[in-house]
Design a protein around this ligand. Sequence first.
Ligand code: FES
Length: 576
Amino acid sequence: MSDENRGLKQGLTSYGDAGFSLFLRKAFIKGMGYSDDALERPIIGVVDTFSGYNACHANVPDLIEAVKRGVMLAGALPVPFPTISIHESFSHPTSMYLRNLMSMDTEEMIRAQPMDAVVLIGGCDKTVPAQLMGALSANIPAIQLVTGPMLTGSHRGERVGACTDCRRFWGRYRADEIDDQEIAEVNNQLVPGAGTCGVMGTASTMALVTEALGMMLPGGATAPAVSSDRRRIAEATGACAVAMARDDRKPSGIMTQHAFENALTVLLATGGSTNGIVHLAAMAGRAGLSLDLDAFDRIGRKVPVLVDLKPSGQHYMQDLHNAGGLVTILRAIREHLHLDCVTVTGRTLGEEIDAAPASFEQAIVAPVSAPIYPEGGMAVVRGNLAPGGAIVKQSAASPDLMRHRGRAVVFTSVEDMAERVDASDLDVTGDDILVLQNAGPKGAPGMPEAGYMPIPRKLARAGIKDMVRISDARMSGTASGTIVLHVTPEASDGGPLALVRDGDMIELDVAKRSLTLDVAEDELERRRGEIVPRQHAGSDRGHLKLFLDSVLQADQGCDFNFLVPVAVGKVPVTEG
Ligand code: FES
């Protein structure tokens, strides 16, 4: 790269006089006290996603300081800059509604401002995929640093953490098993400090698959947010970014077809969040790769779940970190990985696995010979109810419901469900199948995590813990149950899910990968004629208009159609 395209000299503001543009730029940045020596150095942008609304990113200021130290020790100039910050519980209507906007913000700010490499600091669910989508599209040297998982809290002697335990305690409260005082007590303990949810939710999943992709330093996924390890990783990340700038090591050379396959394999072996498949589809899409759901399912037939973390298992992310972190998993599934993929360090995944500290006896990552679950965490089901496929997190489902035929109890929207699910006169039994329509990317809009439909209160009080639930929505990675998600196409995009009526019979058979609506084709055709397209208030302007006009379906990652290049390949590429 020529000198004009490095440091402060690149990407000048257009005044029609390059010399004046640089003169003006230097005058303004000197207003912050920089010397000419500092301004001659390579520039490492550092994405600041701190927000007063985002406890998952509460340690970002500390991490920025550590990254800056690493950058300066390596001889370059760090320059932090802000982007959108998204927290799951502070995103209306949903965080997914904002992910693509954050990716565009990230991409455009990387493009607009002079930097030779960028450190992406994020953690809460949508932020890491948004940042990597943006970095892939901008395609300058980039490295991910996650904020890291929170530590666990304690409630009446029991270890608790966000957010599998949030749902578990709320379920018990709904079933009248615990009272107002106890639910208030546990509310104080579920998030005991800074960092991302401590179970195998979406944030943990995305951290692990990002390390597997090669976009993060080895060992970077699991160190707790408040640990000294996390700050050392941040310092090393800053130094690595300087080396990446020097070597011009770009995301397009790291996030390759085989690297995505590694990430998908790790997603299955960890029992990772179902959101992970949507985000990986979106990230791969930015690289011109389309997701092959059936090939993903075939890998899942041979790669078992090994990680004993909630919600599929028992433990928390800090335990996985103490068990060696991702490399312990990578060693266990080594035969299924492409070891020649290059990582941010310039070394291959195989070289990093070999260079990592030796393995030791631990109880968090099971051996392949005695897995937590015999297949991958997710299965892909298809049928006349989901022609484009749907996902079921089989490792967190009830074994006795994996093959089930039941009567549909239909909710036509998230609002309809909220209004009626607890009604005492709702016609529902524990053998029925709950169906939620119009909760997909366009329907809700923003594909909320409403797929974890509550067990109707009268059934919860009768001791029912799980039912088959089917929707075009997503589900938090921290949730569990026999839940079919991401039905594609969604109800609001012409999908047959919109045609289900109360009392229809539905059959789920996960072993056969089938999802069948037992209604005659001519009756379905008649119902199709009755459908009235949903309207969303305010959809004639702004981001909502852009979103509804452009969002793709779940199997394409819910990205905007104008951000995705024409696909030139598929992932995964290896037959299972
Ligand atoms: Fe941020 Fe769970 S809410 S990671």
